[in-house]
Design a protein around this ligand. Structure first.
Ligand SMILES: [Zn+2]
Ligand SMILES: [Zn+2]
Length: 536
């Protein structure tokens, strides 16, 4: 995470900075798309912490054509495909003025919850309508030959000599994805709306002369991107690695910025994807988890941490469905917190872990030392505790901490308990969900062999003498007793699961036993051991 501070050091003498990102609102936005905004925010915080005056911008490229029909109702496909996203009606009747507004707003609404607060949001449809893009449209058309030459040189794309870098919104059918412009007379362009220009949308055949200004046409993406940089004076803009390939979108826009709009492009921070289940999450295919859905389960600081604990050029694999990845995310967060607080932690930590923890916090002005020192119950333990009837979670947390919780720690506990409940409902593997068999020894204990019964009997004896209070203490005791009795760990755990849960597997056994009333645990263990166990 020192990368953000290094970046800030590099530009600190170069005057005020403008950090920008924008997104096409083509459908449900998945959690991976939050990586850009979180990186943007960390850069902004690092710049400001280094005394650099910084403006954070976020744009919506909502004049882009609708090119994914998955989220359209079947009767809307013919009419809407190819029209600007800002002109497509919202397919869900919840009062957004357009399809673009619906999806962009749903995504943007997660920002504030994550502590990402751009100084300005802009919508390209507004900027075109206001005429703010007109000077760049004129420059691009006047230099059409140069633009074609850049495409040839940088991307090896050969446009015909008549091709002009502008897409008219067809005045007849309203589509922007189906039109091409072949002439420019200095005030108007000659356009054709071609039925077969693209496969995914059908043009109406209209043609004629029209003014390209004031929102009646849009620049192709590479030019629009470069125009945004000039319009806002952008100095830093991270982008996804798919755009940052040689000859790719970023290279083209960089060249257009330099040669057509005559301005040095912003500093790039290319970042890798977040893969769900090993696959790149795609915006339009509906795979993986929507950003707002994940944000309902994973609290903001852990979600920021998910993106910030790896350097931007490092791909992140995240597969929350039926795995313990969300609990492990919390464990790692707690480890970074503990190390930042100066406590000893197990395992390796990456360089810059303190900065990672700091930039993961919701509030940029938070007291980092106090946040790092705050007591946070282990997520997996909490996920067990909340399933055990009659447990006072606060009392347990205070016993583990060894002192009363502060108001802030109470709030963290509540947030975490809520996250644990949501996780159990939405993502947890079956092994994490449990029913404690309180009434009598479960049937599954008949499967226990003599060694396992002996193990349970000794565990009950030692527990009544040593009174283990925490999950770790129970875990240690389980291993000690198993070693003393020559019972393999796997068989020892199985004995516990059968005796308490009536099944051969379950969550971490130490935490399971720590969640339960101690007298009950001791009673049940000796009962399940039976006469064989206690007599041995
Ligand atoms: Zn809506
Ligand atoms: Zn048309």
């Amino acid at each position: 995470m020192d990368w953000a501070d290094e970046l800030a050091q590099r530009v600190r003498d170069k005057g005020p900075q403008v950090v920008n990102d924008s997104k096409t609102p083509s459908g449900t936005v998945h959690v991976g798309s939050l990586r850009g905004p979180v990186i943007l925010d960390a850069i902004t915080r690092a710049l400001r912490a280094n005394g650099v005056e910084t403006t954070l911008l976020y744009g919506v490229d909502d004049l882009d054509p609708m090119d994914a029909q998955a989220l359209l109702t079947p009767d809307a496909v013919d009419h809407e495909m190819g029209r600007p996203l800002a002109h497509v009606p919202d397919q869900i009747s919840d009062c957004h003025p357009s399809y673009a507004r619906h999806h962009a707003q749903t995504f943007i609404d997660t920002f504030a919850g994550l502590g990402i607060l751009p100084d300005r949001y802009y919508w390209m449809s507004d900027l075109y309508a206001l005429g703010e893009v007109d000077p760049f449209i004129r420059m691009a058309l006047d230099r059409a030959a140069l633009v074609r030459d850049i495409y040839k040189r940088v991307a090896n794309v050969q446009h015909p000599d008549s091709w002009h870098p502008i897409s008219v919104i067809c005045p007849n059918c309203g589509k922007v994805g189906t039109t091409i412009v072949t002439k420019w007379d200095g005030e108007r362009v000659y356009f054709e709306c071609r039925p077969t220009l693209v496969e995914w949308a059908r043009g109406c055949g209209e043609s004629g002369w029209i003014s390209p200004f004031g929102g009646s046409a849009k620049l192709p993406w590479n030019l629009e991107w470069a125009a945004q940089w000039s319009l806002f004076g952008v100095t830093i803009e991270p982008c996804g690695k798919d755009l940052a390939t040689a000859g790719g979108s970023r290279d083209r826009s960089d060249a257009i910025a330099r040669e057509v709009f005559e301005r040095e492009p912003p500093l790039n921070v290319p970042y890798e994807f977040l893969n769900i289940g090993g696959k790149k999450m795609s915006t339009s295919k509906g795979r993986g988890a929507a950003a707002h859905t994940i944000a309902d389960v994973v609290p903001p600081e852990q979600l920021r941490f998910l993106f910030l604990r790896h350097r931007p050029n490092h791909a992140i694999d995240f597969d929350p469905e039926g795995t313990d990845q969300i609990p492990r995310l919390f464990d790692d967060f707690d480890k970074f917190a503990a190390a930042t607080a100066g406590r000893e932690v197990r395992g390796e930590l990456p360089p810059g872990y303190e900065a990672t923890f700091r930039y993961s916090l919701l509030d940029p002005a938070a007291d980092v030392a106090a946040e790092a020192a705050a007591y946070r119950p282990a997520f997996s333990h909490l996920a067990l505790l909340i399933q055990v009837p009659g447990v006072d979670v606060i009392e347990r947390a205070e016993a583990e901490k060894g002192s009363p919780l502060t108001d802030h720690e109470r709030a963290l506990l509540d947030q975490r308990a809520g996250a644990a409940r949501a996780w159990l409902e939405a993502y947890a593997p079956d092994a994490a969900r449990l029913t404690i068999h309180r009434e009598g020894v479960p049937a599954a204990v008949v499967e226990l062999d003599a060694a396992q019964r002996r193990f349970l009997a000794r565990l009950a004896e030692r527990a009544s003498r040593e009174e283990p209070a925490s999950g770790d203490a129970w875990q240690t005791l389980i291993f000690d007793v198993a070693t003393d009795e020559g019972v393999p760990g796997r068989k020892a755990f199985e004995a516990i699961y059968r005796a308490f849960l009536d099944r051969p597997n379950g969550p971490r056994a130490g935490w399971l036993l720590a969640s339960l009333d101690q007298a009950f645990v001791i009673g049940r263990a000796s009962e399940a051991a039976g006469p064989t166990g206690s007599a041995a």
